[in-house]
Design a protein around this ligand. Structure first.
Ligand code: NDP
Ligand code: 2IT
Length: 448
């Protein structure tokens, strides 16, 4: 079966899963050469196996709102592959969550986790629960109810969830508490817990910081550096604020953040004080437009950040937020580096556009792997019952991001994907991640 046959068959089986098909096609487009080199990949049907999850657990969550009404949501855990370690990946609470989105995220997670060099398989979970309009008590009750259902399918050596959109340290801590309560055991079954009762220092910073460390390596490869560069960031959540914070600390000027309601533009650049204000505002679920009253700047309702001049774009909100038109606008406003803080923020046409223009493009599975990497470090700290310092974890994160950069660049070079002016990080990351998992599958024979 050729790679195209596999895609055709997935399109037939899952016509209503566009995000999943998009993610599979992106990987398939770059690993054909690897497949062709080793006949075992076809013989062992490695790609066919990797594109079908080991299992999907789907369940109903009943919970009680503040008025005493019974509410019902749907929940899933997509356990994609545990070929190289326990299933590992975040949990997303957002009204758009469905099987297609969780399958795309779980599929990406297989390769991302392999790239970290740590023993972690790929998974993703979540619910169509919308935390936005819920009280703190409702969120707590929902988190408890979610784990009451998922409890049987997770465990420190089986499947270790974490946060994602709509799930921060607060929600992870509630879920952890319910697991601990049901199991009568204290184990590192979830990562991103609060610091002081199992959570790793630097976990909440890790995804955003890691994306900027990856960017630093990209710039270094071209004898350049981040100092004095103008950066556009989208999103105002965990990944976005920490990417902005690290870019600022390293001497860049960050002029945008955004959320689902619009874009915040500050031509003077965000300071740490301003970023801290944004963090507090979002944590209290208050609107970003109030920024104007504190610091000036411009709030543009309904807009994305890609209409401003800059050097670097770091999209950190959600999948397919950057269309071809947005990518063109980036290019026309001077952007030459696009680093994906979010998962699959560029749609397929936007990816084609940035590659055609030879913009320096870092795919999410490489650039945002810092979060799950520090989750891996949290797992090992929980296992040996010791804590590492912030500086120690941050140092390790920098080493991991450098290794991911170098491994992706080396794989792209080995398979002839680079050109004079560019390193093809997309092909390199897919190949480096794929090889680690594929070799394990072949070693196992026909068992996963
Ligand atoms: P948060 O929930 O903390 O923040 C999400 C941000 O994105 C918010 O500003 C939110 O706006 C915005 N957003 C979400 N959905 C949409 C949408 N449909 N349209 C426009 N804006 C939207 O999530 P994270 O920062 O944790 O996650 C952001 C991205 O990074 C996701 O793609 C996630 O999968 C990825 N990621 C996260 C990691 C982590 O460790 N947390 C690790 C690796 C990747 P609003 O507040 O208005 O909803
Ligand atoms: O997309 C991701 O890598 C995450 N949401 C983090 C997963 C994790 O297990 O820390």
């Amino acid at each position: 079966m050729s790679m195209q046959d596999v895609i055709n068959s997935i399109e037939q089986r899952y016509p209503h899963q566009p995000e999943f098909i998009q993610a599979v096609k992106e990987v398939a487009s770059t690993i054909q050469v690897v497949y062709d080199r080793d006949p075992n990949f076809a013989k062992y049907k490695v790609f066919e196996r990797l594109t079908e999850p080991d299992r999907i657990i789907s369940f109903r969550i009943n919970w009680e709102d503040d008025e005493g009404n019974i509410q019902i949501n749907r929940g899933w855990r997509v356990q994609f592959s545990n070929a190289i370690g326990p299933y590992k990946g975040g949990i997303r609470f957002h009204p758009t969550v469905n099987e297609s989105i969780l399958k795309f995220l779980g599929f990406e997670q297989i390769f991302k986790n392999a790239l970290t060099g740590l023993p972690m398989g790929g998974a993703k979970g979540g619910s169509d629960f919308n935390p936005e309009d819920k009280s703190d008590n409702e969120i707590r009750r929902f988190c408890y109810a979610f784990i009451r259902e998922l409890y049987h399918y997770i465990g420190q050596d089986m499947d270790v969830p974490a946060g994602d959109i709509g799930v921060s340290g607060k929600e992870v801590s509630y879920m952890f508490a319910m697991y601990k309560n049901l199991s009568h055991e204290y184990t590192g079954v979830l990562t991103g817990k609060g610091v002081g009762f199992g959570g790793s220092l630097c976990r909440s910073e890790a995804t955003g910081y890691g994306a900027v460390y990856f960017l630093q390596n990209m710039l270094k490869a071209r004898n350049d550096n981040i100092e004095g560069k103008t950066v556009l960031v989208s999103g105002a959540g965990n990944v976005a604020v920490h990417a902005a914070e690290k870019a600022l600390a390293l001497g860049a000027k960050v002029i945008t953040l955004s959320d689902s309601k619009g874009t915040l533009y500050d031509e003077l650049g965000f300071t740490q004080e301003k970023i801290d204000w944004v963090k507090q505002q979002k944590a209290a679920r208050r609107p970003l437009f109030e920024y104007h009253r504190e610091f000036g700047g411009l709030w543009i309702p309904g807009a994305k950040p890609w209409q401003f001049d800059g050097d670097i774009a770091i999209p950190c909100a959600t999948q397919n937020e950057v269309t071809e038109e947005d990518a063109r606008s980036m290019f026309e406003h001077g952007i030459r580096y696009v680093v994906e803080g979010a998962n699959m923020p560029l749609d397929a046409d936007a990816i084609d556009y940035v590659r055609a223009k030879k913009m320096h493009y870092a795919p999410g599975k490489a650039a945002n792997a810092g979060g799950v990497a520090v989750s891996g470090l949290e797992m090992s700290q929980n296992s040996v019952r010791q804590y590492r310092t912030f500086e120690d974890v941050d140092q390790q994160l920098q080493i991991i991001m450098r290794n991911i950069h170098d491994d992706a660049a080396a794989a792209a070079a080995e398979y002839g994907f680079n050109c004079d002016e560019c390193i093809d990080y997309m092909s390199g990351a897919n190949i480096a991640g794929y090889n680690r998992v594929a070799n394990a599958l072949i070693a196992y024979g026909i068992l996963n």
